[in-house]
Ligand binder design. Structure first.
Ligand code: JFZ
Length: 339
């Protein structure tokens, strides 16, 4: 294990990327600003019907996406690995998948596999690449789980009460289309084959970053964990299923643990640069470069890693404020970093 963890322990700094169809909405649904949560949650928060949400994919055409630029920006900031949302809770696969048509190759005018391009660029530039995969929550592929969030906490839809009642009676779902399969069927038909695709078709995968184990069963977790054998050196986090699938790393979110909270287990703080993981036009509360550098130094001094998020725009470029901060961190790294 120590040998396998070596690069990760030395890395200290990585780039998280939250990107998908939600970037197209950018925090606004039908003129309504999303009230709570990250912009990547808009389908759930605003209870957007499945068929309607899927229409947004037809506008998703990130023609300015350039994988080499992304990797170069990460590298120049001193980052040693990238973890990208291969599939977030909206179930949209950012890669070509035979397990579901709800993927970037089959459902968008862009029609190209983002992960293929990123994997090639990472290989070329010597950057480690990992995949975030929402194994349990999936709001588009039938049978996927949905965390219970109330419509009435969001914008005032005249039907909020009705939608909340439906959601409460349907295990967090808000559209009958989400319930045309069972969770076990979803795991067998979508999650297992997609994770197999991710671990087979993109070369070395450095990290598998599971998230939100809503409704996870031991059976489902075992099936997914079994697949990790396809990448014997892969590192995983602790979000497959709690508490009996601990993975390799702990994932304190948006906070840096105090010294007394450290227990010897490897850890990684993931954090947004503003207040959202997915791109949101109205979120301009950017942390200063100084704050980001202080966070990195604090984390590194305590033996952790800093996974700093970028929420790319729907056209495939990073927000200007993110680019600016990456550059400034890079300038500091040149003087103060070790490599
Ligand atoms: C999850 C996602 O729901 C979110 O969209 C984002 O991808 C983030 C990185 O992970 O959100 C969480 C997960 C765990 C906690 C909080 C938010 N937690 O443990 O406090």
């Amino acid at each position: 294990k120590d040998e396998r963890m070596k690069w990760w322990r030395e890395a200290r700094f990585g780039m998280f990327i939250h990107w998908g169809v939600y970037a197209q909405l950018a925090g606004v649904y039908n003129g309504h600003e999303q009230q709570r949560g990250g912009a990547e949650w808009i389908m759930n928060r605003s209870k957007i019907p499945v068929a309607e949400y899927q229409q947004y994919a037809k506008q998703f055409n990130p023609v300015k996406f350039n994988a080499d630029d992304w990797v170069r920006m990460a590298k120049e900031a001193g980052m040693k690995y990238i973890v990208i949302t291969a599939k977030h809770h909206d179930g949209f696969a950012m890669f070509g998948s035979k397990a579901s048509p709800w993927n970037i190759v089959d459902a968008t005018p862009y029609g190209k596999d983002i992960l293929k391009a990123l994997a090639a660029a990472c290989k070329k530039q010597g950057m480690k690449l990992g995949f975030y995969y929402s194994q349990a929550q999936d709001w588009n592929n039938p049978g996927g789980a949905a965390a219970r969030k109330l419509m009435s906490e969001g914008w005032a839809n005249p039907d909020s009460a009705k939608i909340d009642a439906f959601t409460a009676a349907h295990n967090g779902h808000w559209d009958a289309a989400q319930e045309t399969s069972t969770f076990a069927q979803y795991i067998d038909r979508v999650a297992v084959p997609q994770v197999k695709e991710l671990l087979s078709n993109y070369g070395d995968v450095a990290v598998l970053w599971w998230d939100t184990p809503t409704n996870m069963t031991d059976d489902a977790a075992l099936k997914l964990q079994e697949l990790l054998k396809l990448q014997p050196r892969i590192i995983t986090n602790d979000r497959l299923k709690r508490p009996n699938f601990p993975g390799d790393t702990k994932t304190p979110e948006q906070k840096i643990p105090g010294l007394s909270e450290l227990d010897g287990k490897d850890w990684e703080t993931c954090m947004t640069m503003n207040g959202t993981w997915g791109f949101r036009t109205s979120d301009t509360k950017w942390k200063s470069t100084e704050t980001l550098i202080r966070n990195l130094a604090d984390i590194a001094s305590k033996g952790g890693n800093y996974l700093l998020n970028i929420g790319p725009k729907p056209d495939g470029t990073f927000p200007d404020a993110s680019i600016e901060r990456l550059k400034e961190i890079g300038q500091w790294m040149k003087v103060n970093g070790e490599a």
